[in-house]
Every structure is written in C-alpha cells, then in structure tokens.
Design a protein around this ligand. Structure first.
Ligand SMILES: C[S@@+](CC[C@H](N)C(=O)[O-])C[C@H]1O[C@@H](n2cnc3c(N)ncnc32)[C@H](O)[C@@H]1O
Length: 233
C-alpha cells in the first residue's frame, strides 16, 4: 500500500489511542496505515456512499487488517455513538462540508479526545469556525505534494475557556504554523499572493463594485506580504 505524502502526514499526526473513526474514509488507507503501525487497535471506517466503503473493506482485507475494522454507511458522524471512538479523522473533503458535519454532531464531537482535520478546499473557513467555536488547536501542519498545499488541524472541543486565536489575513494563515515558523509557510504565503494576483488581473471596469473588489484583494495581498516579511524573515 503506497501512501501519498498527504495521507502519510494524517497517519503521522493521529495520536496513539484505542479507536479512531475515519469519516469519509473512501479507500480506508488512513486507518489501515494506523493499524499496521500499531498506533490504534480499532478503526471505524465510515462513508456516506456504499462503493467507497466497499473499497475500504477490500483494501483492509488485502492488507490483513479487516478484523480490526468496522464499516459503517451514513453521513458524517451519524454512524458514531458519543464516546465510541477516541478520535476522528476527516480528510480530503472541503472545509465547508467539514464545518457542517462538526456543527451537526456536537454530542459526538464533544466526547472525542481529538479530531484530525485535513480540508481539501477552504481551510480558512474551517479555521474560522474552529477559532470561534471553542476548539483547542493542539497542532497545525502544512504539506506540499507536487504543486498543492495541504493544511492539517489537530484539535479538540474544549469545555474550558480556550486561548483566543486571532485571525491572521482573514483566517488564511494558521497561528501555530506562524509560531513554529513552519518551513513551508514562506512559499505557501507567496503562492496565496500569486493566486490573488491572478484573480486581480481578471477584474476589469471602473464600477464601484469592481473598485471595491480590487481594494479588498490589494489589502489582502499587502497583509500577506507584511506577515511574510515581518514574521518569517
Ligand atoms: C476525496 S474522498 C477523501 C478520502 C480520504 N478521506 C482521503 O483523505 O484520501 C472524500 C470521501 O468523503 C465521502 N463523503 C462525502 N460526503 C460525506 C459525508 N457527508 N459523510 C461521510 N462521507 C462523505 C465521499 O464519499 C468520499 O469517499
């Protein structure tokens, strides 16, 4: 089983524990890898579609791990009882969907010791939700695989008051990534600036709306440059 760099980081960041649920498991590789490394004893593979779940079952049989896994069909956390798993993985789905799934399953989420979240898109929307909804951010990570960047959040819902995490550039930069001066952050921020520059080239016209959009983009690009120069040089 060849694990992508993106999934290797998921498997690396999941803390050692008894049971982990992988919501949106698809191929099941994250759990299979955790079981093979001996980091977990049981994996709950969950997906809202039958075909991916079947794929996970086949892969787990091929890798000799099926007896340590259960396979559940359903959306998000609805396949889990509160307290049944120590932690959960949500990887490879969009940040907006992740927010919806977390928000609609608070009873289950509150009982988890950790959640490892790796959004495929809109990490800033997920970050804003986590920062504003009493999640303790235990770690943040960043991986580059080919031309894409992937962000990771290791979090838990806290009953206690959690640290205040300020928004950096509209939640697009992680506080922990910045604190640890993550080695990829410089090039990640530069890629965000380039993306905004491409968008700004497509804005034409002199309407108020166009001017406002341009001003917002320019402001964000200036802020990203400031963070890059001030904190990472
Ligand atoms: C792109 S795959 C990611 C697979 C794997 N987690 C990874 O990171 O490689 C997304 C998976 O999420 C599943 N999915 C989408 N919406 C879901 C939902 N509401 N609940 C559970 N699974 C969902 C899809 O069926 C698909 O198998």
């Amino acid at each position: 089983m060849d694990l992508s760099k993106r999934l290797q980081k998921v498997s690396e960041m999941v803390p050692m524990c008894h049971t982990v649920a992988d919501i949106g498991t698809d191929h099941g590789f994250a759990l299979i890898s955790l079981l093979k490394k001996g980091k977990i004893k049981k994996g709950i593979a969950s997906d809202n579609k039958a075909m991916p779940l079947e794929k996970a079952r086949r892969n787990s049989e091929e890798e000799g791990q099926s007896e340590f896994m259960s396979f559940r069909l359903g959306s998000g956390f609805e396949t889990l009882e509160p307290g049944e798993a120590n932690g959960a993985i949500l990887a490879g789905m969009g940040g907006i969907l992740m927010v919806e799934l977390l928000e609609s399953a608070q009873a289950v989420v509150e009982k988890l010791d950790f959640l490892l979240l790796q959004p495929a898109q809109n990490p800033e929307i997920l970050r804003k939700y986590l920062y504003q909804n009493h999640f303790e951010i235990m770690d943040e990570e960043l991986v580059q695989e080919e031309r894409r960047f992937y962000e990771y959040f290791l979090v838990r819902k806290s009953e206690n008051t959690v640290d205040f995490y300020p928004s950096i550039c509209d939640y697009s930069i992680g506080n922990i990534l910045l604190e640890k001066k993550h080695p990829l952050l410089h090039v990640y921020i530069e890629s965000k600036i380039q993306e905004l520059a491409v968008i700004s080239e497509k804005i034409h016209g002199t309407t108020e709306n166009a001017k406002m959009k341009m001003e917002r983009l320019n402001h964000k690009m200036r802020e990203l440059r400031r963070v890059k120069d001030e904190y990472l040089c």
